[in-house]
Design a protein around this ligand. Structure first.
Ligand code: PLP
Length: 383
């Protein structure tokens, strides 16, 4: 099957997440351009991209990482060798002291969490923010919309008084999802209309993630203008942070799998591959979305109808329907495109399925296997 890849796929063990270093560098260069031109700081949101073998590279371009749990903060501290920005929906006694040791900025999701935990953070010298809920979002799906009625994410304007609580020097919002700069502009206008008086009291502002900056049609120059205009309106705000996850890993690699069986049922040909939609690409089911497969298209009427079947016993562990340019055979590779952001962090060992290998295609097109998993990774999660 012609996959139109500029590296030799036969050297890759399957299943394997394969990051293309060249594509990651392209994304990092774009993000760094925004940082420089707009005078803002871009953090990598680890929930979306946490392939830590690339952190030394990521760190050359971005301003660090943002974490939404103790373990993400620890990964940032250990592998990016920098203190994390923290924005957790909930802090707990069990994690809090450790979090304070390895973070430099902390955002509280509610005023009650601020009340419970802010004193210790101030004592340790962390910068403190409250997450606001702008009650405005263009998010395409309720699953990713923090502004749905009854949302638990962020404090709405009526929760605040005229003055920010003691020690609070920042505000944070996250309500974008795969959004363009025009959605950011609209969101900022909604925030300004509600929170203008509070924005005038802060020194730093975190504009969350959801900025799809590395997408081909993203209007980067417009983003820079929006950010510069915002900075000019609020000269008191010295530091602006954006924390995209998806945009870091966007279209930087693949999940490479192999066909081991082909099952025909009612004129549908199911390509049984050594991976799982449910365990290795759960977003395809959760979101849901149909992944792009190299050498295939959406099903075209009149052609052979293909589905991709996963290794687990879950009846719904399949994705389709597709047409293939060349007829697939047992032993062929099925290469899912754009499988680096979120996919890699969300894998499970459901059904005892082994986790995919992780590897990198280097700039010189050689393949480097970074990590393989095994039985112990499955067993150690259970007892
Ligand atoms: C608070 C916060 N920041 C950043 C992100 C990263 O968003 P994205 O990967 O869409 O850029 C998320 C995603 O859920 C988030 O909740």
């Amino acid at each position: 099957m012609n996959l139109s890849l500029d590296f030799d796929v036969s050297q890759i063990p399957t299943p394997c997440f394969v990051l293309d270093e060249k594509l990651l560098i392209n994304n990092l260069e774009k993000l760094n351009y925004v940082q420089k031109e707009a005078g803002v700081n871009i953090l990598c949101a680890l929930k979306g991209f946490a392939m830590w073998s690339t952190f030394p590279l990521v760190k050359k371009y971005l301003s660090g990482a943002t974490a939404s749990s103790l373990h993400e903060a620890m990964l940032c501290y250990e592998e990016m060798q920098s203190s994390a920005h923290l924005c957790c929906p909930l802090y707990t006694d069990a994690d809090y002291d450790k979090i304070l040791e390895i973070s430099n900025h902390i955002t509280f999701n509610s005023l009650s969490q601020y009340e419970r935990y802010h004193a210790k953070a101030l004592e340790k010298g962390l910068k403190i923010a409250i997450r606001i809920n702008p009650e405005y979002s263009d998010s395409p799906a309720a699953l990713y919309n923090p502004c749905i009625p009854g949302s638990r994410l962020g404090a709405t304007r009526e929760k605040f008084g005229e003055k920010l609580p003691e020690g609070v020097t920042g505000l944070h919002f996250h309500s974008l999802c795969e959004s363009n700069s025009y959605a950011l502009e609209n969101t900022l206008n909604a925030i300004i209309s509600k929170f203008d008086d509070l924005l005038k009291q802060i020194e730093w502002f975190n504009m969350g993630g959801g900025h799809h900056i590395t997408r081909k049609d993203y209007d980067i120059e417009h983003l820079i203008k929006v950010l510069k205009d915002f900075k000019a309106k609020y000269p008191n705000i010295k530091d602006i942070y954006l924390e995209p996850g998806e945009a870091v890993g966007w279209q930087t690699g693949y999940l490479v799998s192999k066909i081991y069986d082909i099952i025909e049922n009612q004129d549908i040909y199911i390509l049984m591959v050594d991976t799982s939609i449910s365990a290795h690409m759960p977003d395809c089911i959760e979101m849901p979305y149909k992944p792009i497969i190299l050498g295939a298209t959406d099903y075209i009427k009149g052609t052979k109808k293909y589905r991709i079947g996963g290794m687990t016993c879950l009846a719904g562990d399949f994705v389709g329907d597709y047409s293939f340019i060349e007829e697939p055979q047992i032993g062929d590779y099925i290469v899912f495109n754009d499988m680096i952001h979120y996919t890699m962090v969300k894998t499970t060992t459901f059904n005892g399925i082994n986790l995919p290998h992780i590897g990198i295609v280097k700039e010189d097109r050689s393949f480097q296997l970074i990590k393989s998993f095994g039985y112990q990774d499955y067993k150690s999660r259970l007892s």
